[in-house]
Write a protein that binds this ligand. Structure first.
Ligand code: SF4
Ligand code: SF4
Length: 302
């Protein structure tokens, strides 16, 4: 059995990526299982999706704790201890990161046992779809190619099935993207794991608790501030104070309440908690809020 785990953020098409891969595997003559895992979080929150592929009926259930293949759609997740995309990676695991960085720099950073594969999928998505955030078909194509199990024609057919509601023009752009990603990567030889079945996983370790602790009775003081949702950000709003007229419309419109007025009456963004929804930029009447790519910003500030 081949176990695949996709990591990304809400809104990036991670669930669809696992579905396209599952459908492509099914069309290629395999049994397949695909499903996502996320809670009540919103756009930008880390999410995970899984695909299992086998010649035999798949009886295994639950999250994939020890994946053969991991695909990380968003490089910022590598630093997120809650997303933990490398969790369960061992010497048999291949990890692909949507990144333009050198693989060995990520290997050292993540303390991986094997050299990761890097591929700048965001740039390819921008080229074909004019949208760097929608990674579903690019990730599915990367996964399908790396498995070495799925021919291109079945992958393209799966994309047509899963994106059936897209306009012909949008579908064609996705098919072109899939072709390019598929041709860019090479298949990996995966070794069958000796152990099969379910493993205890960080993702599903639920401890038995006293009823008084487990009941939905919240007695602690507010702790929202401790959740640094700033690392969910893909886009970074940056205020151009030369243009800003201090109308504070951004303050009123920010759904997270993370813009405050500083001592001089100017808007100030709390980047520890700004999720990068960019509503402030859309609402600013002076167009004084620029949209930067978070990763580009990080490179600039290093
Ligand atoms: S909405 Fe635009 S102009 Fe108004 S305070 Fe915010 S950044 Fe400045
Ligand atoms: S991008 Fe703007 S509106 Fe969205 S959370 Fe950040 S500051 Fe608020």
């Amino acid at each position: 059995m081949l176990r695949v785990r996709f990591h990304g953020r809400g809104g990036q098409g991670i669930k669809t990526a696992s579905q396209v891969l599952g459908t492509a595997a099914f069309l290629s003559g395999f049994q397949a299982q695909d499903f996502p895992l996320y809670g009540a979080e919103r756009r930008g929150a880390p999410i995970v999706a899984f695909t299992r592929i086998d010649k035999e009926p798949i009886l295994e259930r639950g999250p994939v704790a020890f994946p053969d293949l991991i695909l990380v759609g968003d490089e910022t997740l590598l630093e997120d201890s809650q997303a933990a995309p490398a969790c369960g990676a061992d010497a048999l695991t291949t990890l692909l990161v949507n990144s333009t960085k050198a693989p060995n720099s990520l290997k050292d950073k993540l303390n991986l046992l094997t050299m990761p594969v890097t591929c700048g999928l965001t740039k390819l998505c921008l080229k074909h779809l004019n949208a760097g955030m929608i990674l579903s078909t690019a990730l599915a194509a990367a996964a399908a190619r790396l498995t070495g199990l799925i021919p291109l024609n079945h992958l393209l057919e799966a994309v047509e099935i899963e994106l059936a509601e897209f306009s012909p023009e949008q579908l064609q752009k996705n098919l072109d993207l899939v072709r390019e990603v598929f041709e860019l990567l090479n298949p990996v030889v995966f070794q069958e794991r000796e152990e099969a079945g379910l493993f205890p996983s960080k993702l599903m370790a639920l401890e038995q608790q006293e009823v008084r602790d487990a009941a939905p009775l919240i007695t602690a003081t507010g702790n929202m501030n401790l959740r640094k949702t700033g690392n969910w950000r893909i886009h970074r709003p940056e205020i151009d104070y030369e243009e800003c007229n201090h109308c504070m419309i951004c303050y009123a419109r920010c759904p997270e309440g993370v813009i405050k007025e500083d001592a001089e009456g100017k808007p100030e963004i709390d980047y520890d908690h700004c999720k990068g929804c960019m509503i402030c930029a859309q609402e600013c009447p002076k167009h004084a809020i620029k949209t930067l790519w978070e990763m580009d910003y990080e490179h600039q500030s290093q």
